[in-house]
Design a protein around this ligand. Structure first.
Ligand code: HEC
Length: 204
C-alpha cells in the first residue's frame, strides 16, 4: 500500500516536472470551444501596451477604424517577451476600441477617449492554428452598430487580417512600432519599471 502510494507520488512528480519543462503547463488566457473564441474578459487587468488612433479627421472622414485602439497583452506573454523578445505559444493581445469622445478639454483641443465601442483579439498558437501564417488568428467581437459585443467569434480568413500584419508589423505580425511599452521592454530581462532616463535617452 505504502509502496503503491510512493510509486504514484513519484510518477505524479515526474509528470509535473515534465509538463513544466516542456512549457505545456503554461497558462492560456483564452478559451476556444468548437473552433470559436469566447469573448475575452479580465484584460483591463493585463499589461497595457499602447493606444494607436486613426481619426476620421485625418482620413477624409473615412477611417477604417476611427476609434482609439487600447491594446493589452496577457501577463505571462509579457513576462516571456521581456525575457526573450518573442511572443510565446499562447500569446493573446486584445485591442479594445474606444470612440473619440470630446475634441476639446481645458488643456486644449484634441482627441479624448469616449465610450467603449468594440473588441478585437489576436492569438498566437501552433497548437490551435498550425496552418495560419505565423500561427496567429484574428477575431472581432464588435457589432455593426458598435453598441454591443458578440459572445463568441470565428477567426477571420488569413487574407483579411494576417496578410497586412505579416507585411507591415515590426515584430512577428504585431505592430510593436506603435506600442512603446512593448518596444522598451523587449528582451531586457528586467522589470519595465518606467521613470528611468534610459527610456528617454536614445543612443545615436
Ligand atoms: C491594412 C492593414 C491591416 C489589416 C487588413 C488588419 N490590420 Fe489589425 N492592425 C493594423 C495596424 C496598423 C495595427 C496597429 C495600429 C492600429 O491599431 O491602428 C493593427 C493592430 C491590430 C491588433 C492589435 C495587436 C497587433 O497585432 O498589433 C489587433 C488585435 C488587430 N489589429 C486585429 C485585426 C483584425 C481582427 C483584422 C482583420 C479583420 C485586422 N487586424 C486586419 C493593420 C491591419
Amino acid at each position: 500500500m505504502f509502496r503503491n502510494t510512493l510509486t504514484l507520488s513519484i510518477s505524479l512528480l515526474g509528470l509535473i516536472l515534465a509538463l513544466t519543462a516542456t512549457g505545456a503547463a503554461a497558462e492560456e488566457y483564452f478559451t476556444i470551444e468548437d473552433g470559436k473564441l469566447e469573448r475575452p474578459t479580465g484584460y483591463r487587468e493585463w499589461v497595457y501596451v499602447g493606444t494607436p488612433l486613426t481619426p476620421n479627421d485625418l482620413n477624409d472622414g473615412k477611417a477604417a477604424f476611427p476609434e482609439f485602439h487600447n491594446v493589452y497583452i496577457d501577463p505571462d506573454s509579457w513576462a516571456h517577451w521581456k525575457k526573450t523578445g518573442e511572443f510565446r505559444e499562447g500569446t493573446i493581445l486584445v485591442k479594445e476600441l474606444v470612440a473619440v469622445g470630446s475634441k476639446a478639454a481645458v488643456s486644449g483641443n484634441g482627441y479624448f477617449q469616449g465610450d467603449f465601442v468594440g473588441l478585437e483579439a489576436t492569438i498566437k498558437s501552433k497548437k490551435h492554428f498550425a496552418s495560419e501564417p505565423g500561427n496567429w488568428a484574428y477575431y472581432s467581437f464588435s457589432t455593426p452598430d458598435l453598441k454591443s459585443l458578440t459572445e463568441t467569434a470565428e477567426k477571420f480568413p488569413a487574407a483579411s487580417c494576417n496578410s497586412c500584419h505579416a507585411g507591415a508589423a515590426a515584430d512577428d505580425f504585431v505592430f510593436t512600432q506603435y506600442y512603446p511599452v512593448l518596444r522598451e521592454g523587449k528582451a531586457t530581462g528586467a522589470d519595465a519599471v518606467g521613470g528611468t532616463q534610459s527610456d528617454l535617452v536614445r543612443e545615436e
